[in-house]
Write a protein that binds this ligand. Structure first.
Ligand code: HSE
Length: 322
C-alpha cells in the first residue's frame, strides 16, 4: 500500500455567540499529513515541516500522533505507521491548527489501513488527539474540519454534531495578524463564572444565528454575531480589536470577531465583492493597530466539505497538491 496524504482545513470557531460550540471550515489554508506503513508497532513521527521545530516529535505528545494511534486502537489494527506532518497553519493563530493536524492524521491513517471508519469515529479520534496532544480539545474546530460547512457541536465526544445550512452568498474573511496567542492563555482569562445577563444574551444570539442560517436572514445574522462571554475577556490580547471589527462593519461586513481564541479575526459578508472590501479594511486596521509583517488574508465561501484524501487520487479525480 502506498502512503496516503490527507488534508484538513483551517476552521473558524466560536463565530461570535457560539463560544465552544459553533464553527465553520475554510477552503484554505490547512495541514496535510502523510501516513505510511512502518516497521514495528504503533505510531511514530518521521518529520514535521513548517513548525520551525516547535511541535513535539514524540507521537504520544503530538495531536496527530495521538489521533493516529487512537484510530488504530479503535479499529484494532496493530501495524506500525509513520507520519509526516506539513503545517500549512501558523501556530497559535486561532485557525484550529492542532485540530487540523489531528483530523488529517485520522483521515490519512483510516485510508492507509482501509478501516472505513465513520466520520463520527474520525472526529472522536481527532478529539482525543487534540485533548492529549495539545492539552485541551475544541470540538468547534474539529467538527468543521471533519464535516466541512457550518456546524454546531451539541456534544463533542461521543460526537453529536448538527450540520447547519449556509445561505447562498455568505462569504468569509479571515485575517491573521503577526501575533501568537496560546489557547490555554486565552482560556485562562475566562474564569469559571458567567453573569446571568451575559449568558441569556449569548444563548438568545445563538438561537437567532441558527435560525438566520436556516432562513437566509442576513439582517438577523448581523444582529446575532456577538460574543458576550469570551471575546470581551480576551480583547486585551489583540491591540485595536474593537477598531479592526469596526473597520470590518464600516466596510459592509455582517459581523466580525475573534476566530477561536485569536489573534486571527473573521468577518462574515454578503457576497464576494463586499468580502474583498472588508478584507482590505481589516488589513489596513491591523497594519495601523498591530503592525508587524502584513497579515495573511483569506476570502472565500464557507467550504462545504472538510478533510479529504489528497493522494493517492481517488475515483473522483486527481489529487490536489498543497
Ligand atoms: N472555542 C475555543 C476557544 C477554540 O475559543 O477557546 C479554541 O481554538
Amino acid at each position: 500500500m502506498e502512503p496516503v496524504t490527507a488534508f484538513a482545513p483551517a476552521t473558524v470557531s466560536n463565530v461570535g455567540c457560539g463560544f465552544d460550540v459553533l464553527g465553520f471550515a475554510l477552503h484554505e489554508p490547512g495541514d496535510a499529513v502523510t501516513a505510511a506503513f512502518a516497521g514495528g508497532a504503533g505510531v511514530r513521527i518521521d518529520d514535521i515541516v513548517g513548525d520551525d521545530g516547535r511541535l513535539p516529535r514524540d507521537a504520544r505528545k503530538n495531536t496527530a500522533g495521538v489521533a493516529a494511534q487512537t484510530l488504530l486502537d479503535a479499529v484494532g489494527d496493530r501495524r506500525g505507521v509513520a507520519l509526516t506532518i506539513r503545517k500549512g497553519l501558523p501556530l497559535s493563530s486561532g485557525l484550529g491548527g492542532s485540530a487540523a493536524s489531528a483530523v488529517a492524521a485520522a483521515f490519512a491513517v483510516n485510508a492507509l489501513v482501509g478501516a472505513g471508519a465513520s466520520l463520527e469515529t474520525l472526529m472522536a479520534c481527532a478529539f482525543e488527539g487534540e485533548r492529549i496532544g495539545a492539552g485541551s480539545a475544541h470540538g468547534d474546530n474539529i467538527a468543521p474540519a471533519v464535516y466541512g460547512g457550518f456546524v454546531l457541536v451539541r456534544v463533542p465526544n461521543p460526537p453529536d454534531v448538527v450540520r447547519l445550512p449556509v445561505p447562498a452568498g455568505l462569504t468569509a474573511v479571515v485575517v491573521h495578524p503577526d501575533l501568537e496567542i496560546e489557547t490555554a492563555r486565552a482560556r485562562a482569562l475566562l474564569g469559571s463564572e458567567v453573569p446571568l445577563g451575559d449568558a441569556i444574551r449569548q444563548w438568545a444570539n445563538l438561537g437567532a444565528l441558527v435560525d438566520a442560517l436556516h432562513r437566509g436572514d442576513f439582517d438577523l445574522l448581523a444582529r446575532a454575531i456577538e460574543d458576550t462571554i469570551a471575546e470581551p475577556r480576551r480583547a486585551p490580547l489583540v491591540p485595536g480589536l474593537a477598531a479592526i471589527k469596526r473597520a470590518a462593519i464600516d466596510a459592509g461586513a455582517l459581523g466580525s470577531g475573534l476566530s477561536g481564541s485569536g489573534p486571527s479575526l473573521f468577518a462574515l459578508c454578503r457576497g464576494i465583492e463586499t468580502a474583498r472590501r472588508v478584507a482590505r479594511a481589516m488589513t489596513a486596521a491591523i497594519v495601523e493597530h498591530i503592525g508587524g509583517r502584513a497579515p495573511d488574508v483569506y476570502v472565500s465561501p464557507i467550504a462545504p466539505t472538510g478533510a479529504r484524501i489528497l493522494s493517492p487520487a481517488g475515483p473522483k479525480g486527481p489529487a490536489v497538491q498543497v
